[in-house]
Design a protein around this ligand. Sequence first.
Ligand SMILES: Nc1ncnc2c1ncn2[C@@H]1O[C@H](COP(=O)(O)OP(=O)(O)OP(=O)(O)O)[C@@H](O)[C@H]1O
Ligand SMILES: [Mg+2]
Length: 374
Amino acid sequence: MTNTNPFITRGYVAPEYFCDREMETKMLTQYLTNGNNVVLSAPRRIGKTGLIQHVFNQPSIAKEYYTFFVDIYPTKNYTEFVSTLGKSILHTLKPIGKSAWDRFLSIVKSLRPNITYDASGTPSLGISVDLSNHAPDTLEEIFSYLAQADRPCIIAIDEFQTICNYPQKNIEAELRTFIQHCPNAQFVFAGSRRHLLGEMFSDSRRPFYQSCASMELSAIPLDKYIPFAKHHFEQAGKQIEPGTITSIYQRYDGITWYMQFILNTLYSCTNSGETCLPGDVDQAVRLILSQLDYNYRNTIFYLPSRQKEVLLAICNEGIAENITSRPFMTRHHLTASTIQGALRGLLEKDLVTEEFGKYQVYDRFLAEWIQRNA
Ligand SMILES: Nc1ncnc2c1ncn2[C@@H]1O[C@H](COP(=O)(O)OP(=O)(O)OP(=O)(O)O)[C@@H](O)[C@H]1O
Ligand SMILES: [Mg+2]
C-alpha cells in the first residue's frame, strides 16, 4: 500500500509512521518476552492500540510468537466474549496457514468457519459460533489450543474492563484460572476506564490481584512530536514551524489522535515549498469542524432534551467535577435527578467520559463545535 499522507489517523501502518514510544515499546516487549502479563491503561485516544500493534511488529515478537488482538468493547456477556476471542484467533491464524487453522478448529469445536457472500457475490470468511455449547467449555477449548500451539502466544485484550459489566460475575475468576494454567500464553489487558481497570488488578479481593506488571501510557512528549512532524513534512519538500506543532499540542493536551488528525489535515493543505505556520491550525480545525458539521448536527438534534442540557453544561465547564453539587446545578439550572438520568445516557452513547468523578465531552472536536454552534 502506498501511503500518501504520513500522519495516520486509523490503526497501525508501519514503524516509520509511528512517533516515539521507544521506551514504552522496549518495556512492553521486555515484559512479554520475559513471561509477564501486563495491564496497560491510558486515557482514550492516547495510543494504546497503536502501541500494542507496534510491539507485535517488533522482530523479537513477530518472529517468535503468535499475536492476537481482541477488542471486547462491544461485547455484552460471557458468550459474546468467548466468541469474540475465538473469532479473533481464527482470523489471525487464517493468513498463517492451513495447519495452524486446522489445529485450532480441531480443538475448538464450537467455532465453525463459513463463507458468506455480499450483494455483489464477493465471498468473505465468516465464523459461526455454536451457542448451544456452554461458554466456559468453549473458553476451555480455546485455552487448550493456546497451551498446545506450536509457538508461544500473546493475546492483547482491549477494553478489558468491559467484563465488569457482564451479568455473569464468575468470568473474572474463571479467566484468571485458565490464564494461570497456560504458560504458553502471555496477556496484555488494555483499557481506558482506568479506575475500573485499576480496581481489577489492585483490589486484594479480586481474582486478578497483583497478577500483572502494570504500565500507564501518557501523551507522547512534545519534543518527540516536533522532529517527527518536521521530518515527514520535509520528506515532501514542505516545512512546518515548531510553533505550529506546539500550538496543536497545547490545544489538545498532546492527545495522539488529535495530533495525528490535525497534522494530517495541515500536511494535505500545505503545498511543496510552503511552510505551515501556527495560524494555520485554526483554519485546519475550522475545516475539520465543517466536515463534521452534518454528523454533529444530527447527534445533537436526536439527543433527548435533558441529555442535551447536561451535555452543554459539561461542555461549558470543560472538565466538570462535583456534577450533582448545588453550585453546579445552580450554574446550569439543572436538578440532581435530571443530571443523573441524562448522564447514564450520555455515558452509554460515549458522548461523555468519566474518570475519577470528572466528566468531559469525549470528542474534543464535538466540544469545540458545540462552543461555536449551540
Ligand atoms: N506513536 C504513534 N505515532 C503516530 N500515530 C499514533 C501513535 N500511536 C497512535 N497513533 C494514532 O493515533 C490514533 C489513536 O491511537 P489508538 O487508536 O492507538 O489510541 P487508543 O488509546 O487505543 O484509543 P481508544 O481509546 O479510542 O481505543 C490512531 O489514529 C493511531 O493511528
Ligand atoms: Mg484502542
